[in-house]
Design a protein around this ligand. Structure first.
Ligand code: PEP
Ligand code: MG
Length: 602
């Protein structure tokens, strides 16, 4: 973490900018120890000690019962040896030393039970990690798991996630995980600041769609900031100021006013169609994950929903949703866009998304582990079929499509298509109404897809390019790591050439293609996409008004010239500087003119 300035109490840090905007408010630390990265930490009142200790004991009891059941199931299915691993965790949650240490923190330090559990688990983990014996060292994962289970019991109430922010605050966390981001009340979150995470991590995407200013890559910050200290977050420049001076506060409040005024002006023009200066229409679809984002997609007049991240529902509940609940949720989405349509993405969990209702083994590299369709194919009855049945049933409400994440081979797609047929036959046989034409598509995000596109596109109706993952897998650069923000570069010539090859394959197969990764909402990248020939983008819902404005400022002829130069470039720097110069020259002046012009349709 770079501290760039310190004067009096005020400390200024520079990290990686994630979501633009200015946030000013008291800090709220969400993760004190090394253990789960999303634990609220606050002081409890004297009168609530007894209640909190009772809550703690109940959490331990429930965790123990759950682990005992799990050990028994594992014994029956896999054998004694595997069950012993779970039993080690039972011993952990029964250990009086563990329980007493946590209780002491609650009673003596007035710490909330969640933070107390996390702190003690952190201590145990550290102790075990320092042991010489490699076998015993490995056991620190058991401690973490057991602790996480107790924490889950504390954080979740009646199957729904317990809201933990009672006043507006800037969240300071070591990792911003999607399960934290989705459950926070948007009205209460003034900014996100984290030690770790990349620009296209799912939490970062959520921050942008919630329009919450965010900065990452500030390693060590959780040790530097105290709860309630005043913090300024500048998400465009990646600057975080702790305990700002009055002059700094004044300066940033003015910047915040200007930023919000500009955003309001851009939003006021969202009804104007996204047509380039030389007359080419570009469809701007929305990426959404929940009802709030769907409502915004309507408000911003999206041309439909190009990516419905269905996993959000699973991240916010402790039990699997029933089919009826999914049908209701999906039908409501389709009803909002009956003509333009909704593309539901089959559940993409694993990677950095771990719903509490789906117990998954720890993997060293979860992004190249059991994720997306690979995971679904191992959970056909409990995850995949119920969801596909719900999507099929929702199609009665209007235009519906489904696409499959993390397709790596033709066999993957075949398996998915067969399961969809099965789901469709089942619901029809049961007498449910379904729409006349449910389109199925492939997400193009694993590089092995690209040479197989003739076969893949031949077998389905459309493709959607997920640049967030395509870039990370193509360049071997973790999208979730703040250390990879330079290596993870959508402007790399290999990415541009791959995007051109994908478009070529789409044309040859006569299939619709769209781009649904975050890069599509970055003006210089959008210019490149249009120049390459893409005419449909699906973007973070918060970016829709701006993306439409950028399209209106571009001309296809200019973009094509830019794309030609990018295709012959040798380095990412060449591509980026050409695209940025182009945007500065063409987009910015046109946007300034548009913002000065009268508002509304036209
Ligand atoms: C992508 O990979 O580009 C994408 C849109 O999906 P996600 O970000 O959810 O992985
Ligand atoms: Mg993806």
């Amino acid at each position: 973490m770079t501290e760039i300035e310190a004067g009096g109490q005020s400390r200024v840090y520079r990290g990686v900018p994630v979501a633009e905007g200015i946030g000013i408010g008291p800090a709220r630390l969400m993760d004190p120890a090394h253990v789960p990265s999303h634990v609220p930490r606050y002081r409890i009142g004297d009168d609530s000690i007894e209640r909190e200790v009772r809550r703690l004991k109940r959490a331990f009891r429930e965790a123990r019962e759950e682990l005992e059941e799990l050990a028994e199931r594992v014994r029956r299915q896999l054998g004694e040896h595997e069950a012993d691993m779970i039993r080690a965790q039972v011993l952990m949650v029964e250990d009086p030393a563990f329980v007493t240490e946590v209780e002491e923190l609650i009673v003596e330090k007035r710490l909330n039970p969640e933070a107390a559990v996390a702190e003690v688990v952190g201590r145990f983990e550290e102790m075990i990690a320092s042991i010489d014996d490699p076998y015993l060292r490995e056991r620190s994962a058991d401690v973490r798991d057991a602790g996480r289970r107790v924490l889950g019991k504390l954080l979740f109430v009646d199957g729904a996630i317990n809201p933990t922010l009672t006043e507006p605050a800037v969240i300071v966390a070591s990792h911003l995980v999607p399960s934290l981001t989705v459950r926070l009340d948007r009205e209460m979150v003034l900014g996100f600041v984290s030690e770790h995470g990349g620009r296209t991590s799912h939490a970062a995407i959520l921050a942008r769609s919630l329009a919450v200013p965010a900065v990452t890559g500030l390693e060590g910050l959780t040790d530097e900031v105290l709860d309630e200290e005043m913090v300024i977050v500048d998400g465009a420049d990646g600057v975080v100021i702790v305990q700002p001076t009055n002059e700094q506060l004044e300066k940033y409040r003015e910047m915040e006013r200007r930023f919000l005024a500009r955003r309001r002006a851009v939003i006021a023009q969202t009804a104007r169609p996204a047509v380039t200066a030389d007359g080419a229409a570009v469809k701007v679809l929305a990426n959404v994950g929940d009802a709030g984002e769907l409502a915004l997609a309507r408000e911003y007049e999206a041309d439909g929903v190009g990516l419905y991240r269905t996993e959000v529902e699973y991240l916010t509940h402790t039990s699997l949703p029933h089919e009826e609940r999914l049908v209701e949720e999906y039908s409501r989405a389709v009803e909002l866009f009956p003509q333009a349509g909704v593309v539901f993405r089959a559940l993409d969990i694993g990677g950095d998304k771990f719903p509490p209702s789906v117990p998954l083994a720890h993997e060293k590299n979860p992004f190249i582990g059991l994720r997306g369709l690979r995971l679904l194919l191992q959970h056909v009855d409990d995850l995949m079929l119920p969801q596909l049945r719900a999507i099929a049933r929702a199609s009665a409400a209007g235009r519906t499509a489904v696409m499959y994440p993390m397709i790596a081979s033709v066999a993957d797609l075949q398996a998915a298509l067969e399961l969809f047929d099965r789901a469709l036959d089942e619901v029809k046989e049961e007498g449910h109404a379904v729409g006349p034409d449910i389109r199925q598509g492939v997400m193009i995000e694993v590089p092995s897809c690209v040479p197989m596109l003739p076969e893949l596109l031949g077998a389905c109706s459309f493709g959607s390019v997920g640049t967030n993952d395509l870039v990370q897998y193509l360049l071997a650069a973790d999208r979730n790591s703040e250390r990879m923000v330079d290596a993870y570069d959508p402007f790399h010539p290999a990415v541009i050439r791959t995007l051109a090859a994908i478009l070529e394959a789409g044309r040859a197969a006569e299939r619709d293609l769209s781009v649904c990764g975050e890069a599509a909402s970055d003006p210089p990248f959008l210019a490149l996409l249009i120049g390459l020939g893409y005419r449909v983008v699906s973007v973070n819902v918060g970016a829709i008004p701006r993306v439409k404005g950028v399209v209106r400022a571009l001309s296809v002829a200019g973009c094509e010239d830019l794309a030609r130069r990018a295709l012959s470039a040798r380095t990412a720097e060449e591509v980026l500087s050409a695209a940025e110069d182009f945007t500065v020259e063409h987009v910015e002046p046109a946007q300034e003119r548009a913002l000065d012009a009268p508002r509304g349709k036209g």
